[in-house]
Design a protein around this ligand. Sequence first.
Ligand code: BGC
Length: 718
Amino acid sequence: MEFQAKWIQASKDIGDVCPVFKRSWRSEKNVQRAELYLTALGVYEAKLNGARVGAFVLAPGWTAYDKRLQYQKYDVTALVRQENTLEVTVGRGWFSSPMPGWMDSEDKARRMARPRGILGALHLAYEDGSSEVIGTDADWLWGESAVRFSEIYDGETYDAGFEAKEWAAASELDWPYEILIPQEGEETREQERVMAKRIFRTPAGETVVDFGQEITGYVEVSLEAKQGQVVKLLHGEVLDKNGNFYNDNYRSAKAELTYICRDGAQTWHPSLTFFGFRYLKLVEFPQEARPEQFTGIAVYSAIRRTGRLRCSDPEVNQLFSNIFWGQRGNFLDVPTDCPQRDERLGWTGDAQVFVKAASYNFDVERFFRKWLRDMAADQRADGGVGHVIPDYLPDNVPSAAWGDAATICPWQIYLTYGDVSVLAEQFESMKGWVDYITHATTTPYLWTGGEHYGDWLGLDAPSGSYKGSSREDFIASAFYARSTELVVKAGKVLGKDVSEYEALYDGIVRAFRAHYPEYRTQTETILAVQFGLAEDLQKTADALAEMIRRDGCQIRTGFVGTPYILHVLSAYGHNDLAYTLFLRRAYPSWLYPVQKGATTIWEHWDGIMENGEFWDVAMNSFNHYAYGSVADWVYEKAAGIHVLEDAPGFARVEFCPQPDERLEWLEASIDTRNGEVCSRWTHTAEGVRYEITTPVPAVIRIGERRLEVEPGSYTLWG
Ligand code: BGC
């Protein structure tokens, strides 16, 4: 155990002010190696002799804190001197911010009353072979920090002129040690720096900074000022139809930054909170603001970009950009629904909808594996999976297509990266979810009688409802089949006896066909094909195409149907219709928000309506990645790069590009565990040119042709 240390906290309540813990010492000997192990209840920033320790922002990250708390290890050898001071400032972070924002005030107060403590140990190895550990204990001091307020939703207040004068001995804190785990996820880091594009005055007379791109993170401000002058900013995603600053859609999240200046030139950014924003309203600024004084810093998990999508249409390329930015902005240690309003939770439904696209766009293996372990840890005794992980909504009844993240996510991570251990690790959790349904349903072999989100935000929702018209039991039963199928597949990969689940699966398919002989909505029809439930898949896909045409060649789907609609069309001979939906400009479509200036993916197809009005303020995020799942259709169907179930991790690949004349060319690549695969097609006067690069043996299918090829680059004509 690395921690020869005790949990410590401030010896008295200082309300919203963030405590700083400090320990000074003198090294008499020469240090050969110094390693710091550190974690906190809250989020911490550590400084050794004034220099920041590590690049991890918002450490120790967000996990199912009651069961699993990560600690980090830093090599600080280069920072150690003879006279040393280690200081650790702790903010509320996810641990004691009042999340989610709609909790009643008693619950909020309870969460905010959680302690802010640290546990750390500095291991010093000296050149003479001896060693020493400086662990947190009652010898540490604590004081008030310059961070006068910090919270996930409301923002941060920093007083640069503040200096702690009173230091007192820290108190020991009674908190478990068994929950400690070494860092599992990716570190959250500062990534892109986005310069302010312009500063302008709105019709309402506000001064607004525009970064030209919605990001998640914070702003760095530089200015020359006098002690006590104040910078006060509000964050927003969009302007209203009159061009004024707007952030009512953040709901109760204040998203405010206050910085109290010291004398002279200074540069500052917050370090214990984050925001989702494109615009800043300068509520107070001591001088005429210039764009070069503001830099947006994107903060998210250190996931490596692996996917690229490009084509001949600039608006489609903007959509691709929005999808990537949507992922960056919502992959801050946990896959979240959105980064701005009083929510920012690890919604399971959103994550399962997007996991495939996410896993092609970036290397998210570690990221998801950590989150899936939290899911297993927070899974209820009866196997139920909460709506959000970490489970901050423990009283909610599990919902179909949300809880199914327990099977869909591990299976996809296995397929994309090829490491079977994710299945081994999650198998009990996967089974637990299916068993939960088996016990919760009121009809054997179907899932009836539950409470669900249905086809969330479906365009065919009856007026006043968030749920599309697809039957909830239908969706639940279809996902019951899918999850059971995935347990069977995973079990077989692991060499387990899954005969019980095979029999269950057969029973579900039979019951499903008997109960649901007809499909009433686009989403119902899509699920029947995508999950292999319809008796005649081709006929059902044809019926879907017919239905879409009857609907005026428009999507009518929500969270459940949207990720699969284009896949079903392209897989069953309706590729032209898939492109018609994909390239549609008018509402509802993927490109409608692009026309409206979107730089990330919106929660609603019409977050900003045609008349410029907003969708209801109660739920209108402009950075919600779910509908960005269309990227997986671009990789798999448009560019035709297919991962094979019997060759996970792209050990072999199938290429089956499906071009359309409305795009002159399109290109996709994925840097897989086995090398980079790339597919490009171009319409030329001589026909369609296909360029394919594969680092592994592959099958290329173009029209009726089927070609088995060795690793290499190929040009074919069709
Ligand atoms: C979230 C979603 C989530 C949904 C549950 C919303 O508030 O933002 O994306 O999946 O609730 O239906």
